[in-house]
Write a protein that binds this ligand. Sequence first.
Ligand SMILES: *[C@@H]1O[C@H](CO)[C@@H](O)[C@H](O)[C@H]1NC(C)=O
Ligand SMILES: *[C@@H]1O[C@H](CO)[C@@H](O)[C@H](O)[C@H]1NC(C)=O
Ligand SMILES: *[C@@H]1O[C@H](CO)[C@@H](O)[C@H](O)[C@H]1NC(C)=O
Ligand SMILES: *[C@@H]1O[C@H](CO)[C@@H](O)[C@H](O)[C@H]1NC(C)=O
Length: 366
Amino acid sequence: MLRLSVLTFWVASSWASLDDAPIEGSLVVDDDCTHSDTCALNALQLKRCPFNFQHDVKETMLNMSAEIDSLNDKLVVLVAKAVRTSFKDDFSRLVRATSSAAAVLEIVAPRFITLTNKTSASLQDAGIDEFGGKAKEEQTSLLRMQRFLVDHAGEVLTNIAAARSNDGDTGFATKVNTAAQEAGHWIQGVLKVAWSTATDQLPRINALVKNEIVNTSDMVTEAACAADTATSIASLTTLYAQIVQAATDCDVRNKTLFSIADCESSALSVQTGISLVIKEGARMMHTCYGRDWSCAESMASASHDLLQAYNSLVVLGDSCKSSDPIALAVCESEAFQLSSNLGVAAGYIWKSADVCASSCNLAKPQ
Ligand SMILES: *[C@@H]1O[C@H](CO)[C@@H](O)[C@H](O)[C@H]1NC(C)=O
Ligand SMILES: *[C@@H]1O[C@H](CO)[C@@H](O)[C@H](O)[C@H]1NC(C)=O
Ligand SMILES: *[C@@H]1O[C@H](CO)[C@@H](O)[C@H](O)[C@H]1NC(C)=O
Ligand SMILES: *[C@@H]1O[C@H](CO)[C@@H](O)[C@H](O)[C@H]1NC(C)=O
C-alpha cells in the first residue's frame, strides 16, 4: 500500500538520523506544564516518547522557517529584476533559481508535513464529544484527512521530482489512482457529514438573519461559525472534484489520455486541496465549538502554502523559459504568487513551532 511505502521511505531516509537518539528519562524537554495535572501526565508519558520534541520538532521548524525565508529573500530579488527589465538573461536566471528552490522545497515540504504526526495536531480533542455525534464525526474525518496528507505528501513531491529526470514512471500513477479511488470513497462520507453539520448550523443562520440574536458577542461567534462552515463545504466540494480528476488523470489503463505530468499535477492538487480543507476544518473547531485547534490549523496552513509554492515553481519552470508573451505573463504573476506563498508558509511554520505541543502528550492543550 501507498501508506506503507511512504512510511518505509521516510523511516529509511530522513527520519533515521533524527530519531536514532531517543531521550529516555529526560523530563526537561517538554514544556506543556501550563496545567499541573497535564504537566504530571505528560511528564510520565514523556519517558516513552521516541523523539525529542524541542529539538526534532520545534527547533527543526524554526530552522525550516528561516530556510524558507532566506530562499524567498533571494527569489524576490530575481523576480523583481526579471519583471522590471524583461531581459532574457534575467528570466533564465530566475528559471535557474526556481529549479534550485524546487530542490529545497522537495526536501522541506514533506519533512514539515510529516512533522504533523509529532505534534498535538494529531491528537484527538476529547472536549469535542460534548457537542454531539456530528462534531465527533467531523473531528474523525478531519484527523483522517490529516493522516492522508501526512502519509502521501512526501511521495507526491518525490515523484514529481523524480519524473523531471526520468519520464514515464507509471508505478506512481497506479498508486495515485488507487489512493484517489480510496479517497473518493471516504470523502463521499466526509461530504455527507459536512452537509449534515451545515444543516445543524441552519437554525443559527436563520436566527442571525432574523436578527434574533441580541448579544453582539454571540452574534459574532455564530456568524463566524456559519461563514467557516460554508467555506469549508465549498473547499470539500472542490476537493472531491480534484480527487475524481486525479483518478482519471492517473488512470494508466487509458493509454490515449494518460500523461504522467497531468497525473502528478492532479496528485499535487489533491494534496493542496486536502491541506486547505484541514485548515478550514480546524478553524471551524474553534469558531463553532470554541476549541483550540491552532496547531492543526497552523500546520495545515503552512502545508498548504508550501504545496502551492511548489506548484508555482513547477509552473514557473515551464512558463519563464518561453518567449511567448502569454507564457511570460503567467511567469510574472506566478513569480509573485510564489513569493507570497513562501512568505506566508515561513510565517505559519514559525507559528506552528510556537503553538504546537508534542503528540506524546496525553491530551490536546486546552
Ligand atoms: C538549527 O540551525 C542551527 C544553526 O544553523 C543549528 O546549529 C541547529 O543544529 C539546527 N537545529 C536543528 C534541530 O536542525
Ligand atoms: C503517523 O502516525 C500514525 C499513527 O501514529 C502512523 O500510523 C503513521 O504511519 C504515521 N505516518 C508517518 C508518515 O509517520
Ligand atoms: C453575551 O454572551 C457572552 C457569552 O455567551 C457572555 O459572556 C456575555 O456576558 C453576554 N453579554 C451580554 C451583554 O449579555
Ligand atoms: C479514455 O478516456 C476517454 C475520456 O474519458 C474515454 O472516452 C475513453 O473511452 C477511455 N478509454 C478507455 C480505454 O478507457
